[in-house]
Design a protein around this ligand. Structure first.
Ligand code: 13P
Length: 316
């Protein structure tokens, strides 16, 4: 069942975070749905602009619709990740997305407000939720890289003003994370004081944490042992997910960790089975490993086990 992110956040706020997982292909979709059902968690299917053009947006949307039928128990939102204005409108008009992100964070404050407000008006007319972004994360998100000198943390006072003036439903804040597998050169520094300050200024308003992959060291070691070269890859301590959730972070974005599962499975499989040239045996291993990974993340986010409760509230 497709619901809006707003509906999910209303139930999760202050208790747990909903996992937002980026998907690109059929194997990921199967693994994603299986993992969420196994762990009985509501979730967010997150689609980037790159994912929409990897095969074809129609194919991706139809595969998600098929998964919705295969797993009738599932409760999830379909969300555009890091949309520009044009892509947001395309998703809003498509009738399929229940949530879009307008990322105008690279524009000056006033321009970000004007763009976000335009998207909010169009989305809300169709009952679609809108995530916006203020502040800039570092790292590389698909084809978009942000130089270190442009990175800046979210200003809480500005965030409160931004939320009020745009009418957005959730806000992605820069609190020291970055996209990709190389997040921290020294010790990790998440600025929970920023989340707390925004929460105090705008109590009850859902916040979003991007760049949240934990880049498990065991995964990195296995990839490197199977021929990979990911030296120095580091991520967010996953024990920080729940403390962030308790402070009002309702959505935690995880993409890179899923790519690491894919890389580890494929590198090890071809190393250990050099005679194989069929994609199905390895696809099955990946789906199973990806499902396990999703279930393990939902445990850390605190969303595991909440599916029935969410269903009961939504059916009232
Ligand atoms: P990671 O690169 O840490 O997985 O972050 C993904 C993300 O924030 C997508 O918007």
């Amino acid at each position: 069942m497709i619901v809006t992110t707003k509906q999910l956040f209303e139930q999760a706020y202050g208790k747990y975070a909903i996992g937002a997982y980026n998907i690109n292909n059929a194997e990921q979709i199967m693994g994603l749905f299986r993992g969420n059902i196994q762990s009985q968690a509501p979730f967010i299917v997150q689609i980037s602009r790159g994912a929409r053009t990897y095969t074809d947006k129609q194919l991706l949307e139809d595969m998600i619709c098929a998964a919705d039928k295969i797993f009738p128990e599932a409760i999830f939102a379909v969300h555009l990740d890091h949309g520009d204005e044009e892509t947001c409108y395309d998703c809003i008009e498509s009738g399929f997305y229940s949530s879009v992100m307008i990322d105008a964070s690279s524009f000056p404050f006033e321009e970000n407000i004007v763009i976000t407000k335009r998207v909010v008006e169009r989305a809300h007319a169709k009952r679609i939720s809108v995530e916006a972004e203020l502040g800039q994360l570092g790292g590389v998100e698909e084809d978009v890289g942000v130089d270190e000198d442009r990175v800046h943390l979210t200003d809480p006072e500005q965030a409160a003003e931004f939320i009020k003036r745009t009418g957005c439903d959730s806000l992605a804040c820069a609190i020291g994370t970055s996209h990709g597998a190389f997040k921290f050169s020294g010790s990790q520094s998440l600025h929970f004081e920023i989340i707390e300050a925004i929460r105090d200024l705008v109590p009850g308003f859902p916040l979003v944490m991007h760049g949240s992959s934990s880049v498990p060291q065991e995964e990195v070691e296995r990839i490197n042992a199977a021929g990979g070269m990911l030296k120095g890859a580091r991520g967010v301590d996953p024990k920080q997910y729940l403390p962030a959730a308790k402070r009002g972070v309702c959505k935690i974005n995880i993409d890179t960790d899923g790519r690491l599962v894919w890389t580890r499975v494929h590198r090890e499989y071809f190393r250990d089975h050099p005679e194989v040239f069929d994609f199905r045996p390895i696809g099955k291993v990946f789906m199973e490993e990806y499902a396990k990974f999703i279930a393990s993340r939902n445990e850390l986010l605190g969303s595991a086990g909440h599916l029935e409760e969410v269903r009961v509230v939504l059916s009232r």
